[in-house]
Design a protein around this ligand. Sequence first.
Ligand SMILES: Cc1cc2nc3c(=O)[nH]c(=O)nc-3n(C[C@H](O)[C@H](O)[C@H](O)COP(=O)(O)O)c2cc1C
Length: 229
Amino acid sequence: MEVVINPAFDTMPTETTYTYDEAVIKGRKPDYPIHPLLLSRTSPREMTGEDLSDKVLMTLFEAARWAPSFYNQQPWRFLYAKRNTEHWDKFHDLVWPLNLQWCEPASALVVVVSHRLFFMKGDNTKELPNPTHSFDTGAACMALALEASARDLVVHCMAGFDYEKAYEVFGVDKARDSIDCMIAIGKRPALSDRSTETRIAPRHPVDRFVFEGGFEVNNNVEKTANNEN
Ligand SMILES: Cc1cc2nc3c(=O)[nH]c(=O)nc-3n(C[C@H](O)[C@H](O)[C@H](O)COP(=O)(O)O)c2cc1C
């Protein structure tokens, strides 16, 4: 399925054809109809090992750039390494072996950092804790993931890596910055070369996590927590 782009939007990359993953769209049944871009984003594990151009990589970070954030603080920071560069091993060696089984052929590995502090406008003397640094950075990651998905690229978040080592390797001061996650970015194989089974992670129904008026008595956050995968 090819997305038709309105040429009136001159920020749209004319050289890019946006696509949706039809196999995923067919396999996901929303309770309420939503935009196919949201439905077709997945976290694929198949990558070709090919390089991504700097332009494409920066385009993904550009998507992240436009995420909303508290006080417009834009607390996200992305450290990255492209494969076949001097930086690769530093990033690669953080990743747990279970994740390396599939993300070895990534084109880029990213460490996502969020800045914990902010200044109120007009007062640059006192830094305050930013209550939404990770929340905003998650939103930026989602924007990046959606742009990548529409370009038929892999964006796969990973918590399965050595956080402590990452703080050390990158000299990140825990009091000021939080290492939130890693991301594997890569090229997907051609449609004909993909594994026949598209992994479609299920979701809870909307009424499992949305509560009009607040939690009911005996229906608190813990009781609605997810232990299924
Ligand atoms: C913060 C975060 C950390 C994750 N960590 C891992 C990971 O370490 N390894 C992995 O294979 N998938 C990881 N995932 C991917 C999730 O398993 C995946 O998003 C979830 O199963 C839903 O599937 P979908 O993204 O294809 O819709 C992570 C996702 C997020 C958002």
